[in-house]
Write a protein that binds this ligand. Sequence first.
Ligand code: TXE
Length: 479
Amino acid sequence: MRDLYNFIDSQHVPARSGQWLDDRAPATDAVIARIARSGAEDVNDAVAAAKRAAPAWARTSTAERADLCDAIADVLDKRLDDLADLESRDAGKTITQARTIDIPRAVRNFRFFAGAVRHDETGCHEMSDALNYTLRRPIGVVGLITPWNLPLYLLTWKAAPALATGNTVVCKPSELTPMTASALAEIIREAGAPPGVFNLVHGLGGEAGQALVEHPDVRAISFTGGTATGARVGAAAGSRYKKLSLELGGKNSTLVFADADFEMAVAGAVRAGFTNTGQVCLCGSRVLVERSIAKRFTEAFVARVAALRMGDPSDPTTEVGALISSAHREKVERYVSLARAEGGTIACGGTRPDLGARFANGNFLAPIVVTGLASTARTATEEIFGPVVTVHEFDTDDEAVTMANGVDYGLAASVWTTNLKRAHHVAAALEVGMVWVNDWLKRDLRVPFGGIKASGVGREGGRHSLEFFSELKNVCIAL
Ligand code: TXE
């Protein structure tokens, strides 16, 4: 049991109110920590510290900031096993995923943005009688608000470019998964960041998060979370003229054509559907399969899903961990009931597994495949954010694209085909920010990441992150 304090000006401080919130392990429901329950006054303290530190940090050289990012990556890498244990316990995710995806990616985020700013270029535009050159300047104090599904992965995805471009940071991690954010604050101090450059405020979204979004000295907000919360954050930030990046939910299609490599497509659809217990905004939660192979594909898919090993997240052989909270499991269960009410068939899963006394109170739910639903059903169009995949059949490419585009979201899709022409046509027609062909979740950190429609506003990744976390200033000199 640990006490997680706020981290302001490189000091660990409790909330001014003296209040705490419990942090529970999803796999057992045990309270494993308490976090400072911060309010507006704590956010004021953190923003004031960030504001004091901003001018000196903005004056540091690109090389100094890149070196700091590399030093942070080194410490993260050294502590990979500890951090993976923390993340697995705090988020209920499998230790294998934490060790192979979450924490290595946190390391890569810092290394990548160290390199990105070292190699950054801004423009020079020559006129016959003048010369324009463009300077990149930090924004000042930026606010980072992150969710519980990929806690350190997503926090570092924002913190690394924010710091590398010379901003000071106040972050508000999810109250459900605070552990690795506190560890990161320590690591950033250990790596040599001056006081006030990186600050962390724990607490609830409606209290600490809202205060951060509304604070007049916070000039940009990068938010990843739910679509409904994103709308509130967007309204509060937009009316105050803040720069805003919103990475929100998704209801992503996995399109499987009859000419796909069958085994690859089945394995890909399982991975896309159930990685992190289906709690990734990119998860392929609706499989659209060409009718001529639908029966064979669905049988193979259901068999593979039913065989996924669910259990103790700390066991390296476990493939599916717990859902983040009991409230979230209940939400997923309501969708399973809705699927039945909408006329769907639960082909597998949906029950609370018996994993023995130790996990009796954990938020486990056997992975679910639903067949027989219209692609327009609520279960097939609303974001569930859990281990639920619906399967639908199509006859033509156009029909597949229409089904995929028939949702409010527009984040990602994966297309499984060996026909190159079809891959290009379908990828171009999908209303999403990202398409994978014959893969899922392959990430090059240079590429634009983000969605359209209800999936968000703006792009992060590579130069898009550098653009977001900086202001460009053009200087025009008459010759
Ligand atoms: O996320 P919230 P929740 C989706 C998923 C999930 C749903 C709700 O469908 O079921 O969202 O999840 C902070 N001002 N995603 O409620 O509320 C909050 O404290 C400022 C998709 O857990 O969006 C946390 O730090 N901040 C998603 C962060 O916002 C506020 C990942 C995200 O929490 C706030 C997670 C406010 N008014 C959920 N209210 C993805 N895109 O990957 C809350 N927060």
